[in-house]
Design a protein around this ligand. Structure first.
Ligand code: IPE
Ligand code: IPE
Ligand code: MG
Length: 248
């Protein structure tokens, strides 16, 4: 037991896994199981973020993208939306700002249209982004994020720049994620096999790992499970593996 724990402590990813994204799903079900309000599930979910980021950084991941709130999540009851937004504000103000001050390798960016957020939250997001740029570890938080919205936004920006025939690069460079590589691995907690409008463009060749674990229960054990599954995959990017080419 000790041996295995020790081995996991020393585990490091390589260049195949520098960018990882997580669809943090299952907060509501976690709360329901405990007969708590959904907002308690979101609070428990928020508490998992920092320890998960720390483990991912320790094992050598440099870019982590977290799905916090989608463009469709506004359809939820006002009370729940307000609770999530208050929680995000509090988390940035109390946890993230301190972390950025303490740790000069950590930075945070937000993906999504900030203009519909409350002025208070928008200013907090901008403050957090401006505190640290181009650091070794980047945490992207998808907030009011939708993959379709992001592509439309990128195309409109290209049109505004006078481009009439688009290349892939014209789009990629205008996405909210233009500063981060496409995710090698996308983990979805909560067991649903769907994309829910997350990183539609960037996930063209990402490996997906779906775990039944609900987000507030997600920890080091689940990270290692997902990472092991990732290393068991044979990524081909539409081509053939070396052995397959040799067989020919
Ligand atoms: C994910 O948890 C968090 C957000 C979408 C904000 P959910 O709130 O979707 O939890 P479930 O899927 O209902 O359990
Ligand atoms: C995806 O979860 C969005 C986030 C985790 C922020 P949802 O709970 O919104 O997805 P659906 O509605 O089950 O597809
Ligand atoms: Mg959900």
């Amino acid at each position: 037991m000790f041996g295995r724990k020790k081995k996991e402590q020393d585990f490091h990813v390589d260049d195949r896994l520098r960018s990882l994204a997580i669809i943090m799903d299952g907060n509501g079900r976690w709360a329901k199981k405990r007969m708590l309000p959904r907002s308690a599930g979101h609070a428990a979910g928020a508490a998992r973020i920092e320890p998960v980021l720390e483990t991912l950084r320790r094992i050598g991941v440099h870019h982590v993208t977290l799905y916090a709130f989608s463009t469709e999540n506004w359809k939820r009851p006002r009370e729940e939306v307000d609770a999530i937004m208050d929680l995000v504000y509090k988390y940035l103000d109390e946890v993230v700002i301190e972390k950025i001050k303490r740790d000069d390798t950590f930075s945070m960016k937000f993906l999504g249209d900030k203009s519909v957020l409350s002025e208070k939250l928008r200013n907090k997001c901008i403050e957090v982004e401006n505190m640290a740029a181009d650091r070794e570890f980047v945490c992207n938080v998808a907030l009011n994020y939708g993959g379709r919205d992001e592509i439309v936004h990128a195309v409109n920006s290209a049109i505004a720049d006078g481009i009439t025939t688009l290349t892939e690069e014209d789009i990629s460079s205008r996405l909210y994620t233009s500063h981060s590589p496409d995710p090698d691995l996308i983990i979805r907690t909560g067991g649903e096999f769907r994309v829910s409008n997350f990183l539609l463009w960037q996930s063209a060749y990402s490996e997906y790992v779906i775990l039944d674990t609900l987000w507030p229960d997600f920890g080091d054990k689940e990270i290692m499970k997902a990472v092991r599954a990732f290393y068991g995959r044979r990524r081909r990017f539409g081509g053939l593996n070396k052995e397959e080419t040799l067989k020919k």
